[in-house]
Design a protein around this ligand. Sequence first.
Ligand code: PLP
Length: 373
Amino acid sequence: MTDSSRLQLEHRLAELHLREHAVLVGNGTTGLALLVRALGLQNREVAVPDSVCLNVPLGLRFGGAWPEYLDNQWNDLGLDTQALAAPRAGRGAILAVHGYGQISEMDPLLAAAHQQGLPLIEDACLAMGGIHHGRPVGSFGLASVISFGAGKPLSLDHGGAVLTDDAELAAELRTLDAALPAFSESAQARIDALGSAHTRLYNRCWPEGLAAEAPAFAQEMLAASDAFLHRFDPRRLAPLQALLPRLQTVVRQRRDNFERLSALLRPLAGDALQLLPLTPGAVPWRLNVLMQSRHEAMRALHAQGLHASSWHPRASGFLPGTGAEAEHPVAQRLGREILNLWVDEQSTGAYAQAVLRTLEAHLRARQDLTLTA
Ligand SMILES: *Cc1c(COP(=O)(O)O)cnc(C)c1O
């Protein structure tokens, strides 16, 4: 495919998100890093929620900025707007992360950015296809980042884009992107290996060993900037073009699967299992529940060959930044208790029934334990 097909696709992505410009990048992490550089945020701090995908602070570090960790808030699992209201001298930008497939309420975040004279960046990597106040996610703030990486609503296992209305910023992003190396299979293999290592480390070490082992692992990720930072692979233009029209179908399917699984799990809800409701317009990434026996429940699901994960432990435990020492009760509870259940296209009715049976058996076994104790 030619340069003109790239421009056409970027135009389509911009249009979908009510933006003037879209710049295709190698992945969402690269998008964040390039934005940090283009906005001159080197050595400044960027406010992020502490319970977040590790790639978020990683992208900031790759760009030369530092994360400023604030707590999450329960209503949307995004940045704690009250904590954000207190200005900080070192803060250079606010990153609104639509985490867990939830949509962050943008009005207070935009208001804080405006009051503090800071740019607001929207991380929509997990929420492409979502709607907020009648507008597409990816249309808020100075710039937004989307991803087509593994596990994202629209997944090619590669690529992402930065969206903005600012022509100068888009041009600067293109210049910075052009200086990055081309995509390579070996770079992707290194990223994938780090991703698997992260999952293994976390599942093996939770909870006691994690604090001791996380920093060394984070160093490995930081040392892999040359693998993470690369350009969009032109061979993925045609597949992305073919995938885009499926967005609404994918979103609908995820919402349907979410509804079916939450209806099944509702009778289990109580002290031992709490369902986290979805914000309006969200694109469910997973169905998230809180369980005090989260890790045991996850192991029970894995033993049945069912998918479950426990993202995210607080990112500040891996990558240092301001606020890493502070108490963040919401982020800490999410780290201890969240269980993410799959709602993607493989989450059929039979699959959802198997998840229900396994969680039911798990809870019953624990109840029996406490009764006989
Ligand atoms: C996955 C993800 C990223 C990074 O995207 P990649 O394309 O995997 O680099 C950034 N932010 C959030 C919220 C994510 O979930």
